[in-house]
Design a protein around this ligand. Structure first.
Ligand SMILES: *Cc1c(COP(=O)(O)O)cnc(C)c1O
Length: 359
């Protein structure tokens, strides 16, 4: 089966992991620090704090920015569960927003009255963060799980000019991988300190009372990344720009090859932006049957995502205003795209899709 996304691992990645395995540190240590410094430099944010997953990083971001019971955070209804559930983890409530039909992202102008907003850079196309203007909610957390390596007129996604924290994921289908892993970046010293405390049980060291002495000040979690994972992530980061270029070439190839087929191509990046193409989601009629026929042919297309309000865990959320989400969800289908996908495979995918759509 050709997967819709997968990791691209090279000899240098294998070597990087092996050297950590033979070193003194396996748990969070010097390699995590190097990985954090490298991501912070790449995106242009002051601090980077590694986590055990993107979900854990979002949980940390919600906590570190002071969200909790009585607060409401808004996010897209067409996203992965973690974008919204990080709010519920800290006791805050979720308000679901419809997406724009020309970007599949939420719009930051004219937001409802909420305490927080969590824009998701869907498929790797950056949300126009500058549109947030002066009436921004108190807390802005970017869910950039799809968008490490994407660019905006302000700089790389993660520069966090218009947000408090930006979170990345290093799951194998994401732009780079550490096996499992995530990172929260911020320009705020106090939020960075809270992000560090939260991932390590809420522990604060007090060496003035003895070299061994520490106190647990708040109820933190154990959300640390290992040096083994960081070695893989750091090695992958060296090839991030190359990976994103490959994805953009593949996307252009699909656009040209599929343009006369009865389907809707994904939103493209406006000028001044670079798309990350984590996904290549097309819209087709009779999606279920197209999905099944492609799977029979060994093409692992996927649906991103079952909208948040359709999950039983979120059945209390208001959802009668999500027209674009409903329309797009009925038709959306992610075609395979990842740096190790070959031209021959892309031709096979396009030819198969053409045959199915002309039946
Ligand atoms: C993958 C993903 C996450 C969570 O990342 P994990 O590392 O798998 O926990 C969060 N938000 C979105 C939009 C994602 O796609």
């Amino acid at each position: 089966m050709i997967p819709y996304g997968r990791q691209t691992i090279g000899a240098q990645d294998v070597q990087a992991v092996l050297s950590v395995l033979e070193s003194d540190w396996l748990t969070q240590g010097p390699t995590v620090e190097h990985f954090e410094a490298a991501v912070s430099e790449y995106v242009g944010a002051k601090h980077a704090v590694a986590y055990s997953s993107g979900t854990a990083a979002l949980h940390g971001a919600a906590w570190a920015t002071g969200l909790g019971p009585g607060k409401i955070g808004a996010t897209s209804a067409l996203t992965f569960a973690a974008s919204a559930h990080c709010l519920r983890y800290v006791g805050a409530d979720i308000e679901l927003l419809d997406i724009q039909s020309d970007t599949y992202n939420i719009s930051l102008s004219g937001l409802p009255r909420v305490d927080a907003v969590i824009p998701v850079h869907f498929a790797g196309l950056p949300v126009d963060m500058a549109a947030i203007g002066n009436e921004r909610p108190t807390v802005v957390i970017e869910d950039a799980a799809h968008a490490l390596g994407a660019q905006t007129p302000d700089g790389p996604v993660g520069i966090s000019t218009h947000s408090d924290v930006t979170c990345f994921s290093f799951h194998p289908v994401k732009p780079i991988t550490s096996g499992e892993g995530g990172m929260a970046v911020t320009n705020d010293d106090e939020i960075a300190e809270r992000l560090r405390r939260f991932r390590s049980h809420g522990i604060v060291r007090k060496p003035e009372q003895g070299a061994w002495y520490y106190e647990v000040e708040e109820l933190g979690y154990h959300y640390r990344m290992t040096d083994i994972q960081a070695a893989l992530g750091l090695s992958q980061l060296q090839r991030l720009d190359h990976f994103i270029e490959r994805r953009n070439e593949q996307a252009e190839w699909y656009r040209e090859r599929l343009k006369s087929l009865p389907l809707v191509l994904p939103p493209a990046a406006p000028s001044g932006f670079r798309h990350g193409y984590h996904l290549f989601p097309v819209l087709v009629e009779d999606r279920k049957s197209v999905f099944e026929k492609l799977h029979v042919l060994g093409i692992g297309v996927q649906v991103h995502y079952v909208p948040l309000h359709k999950h039983p865990v979120n059945k209390h959320l208001k959802s009668d205003h999500l027209e674009n989400v409903e329309y797009i969800y009925e038709r959306i289908l992610s075609l395979p795209i990842h740096p190790s996908l070959g031209v021959g495979q892309q031709e096979y995918i396009a030819n198969s899709l053409e045959d199915i759509l002309s039946e």
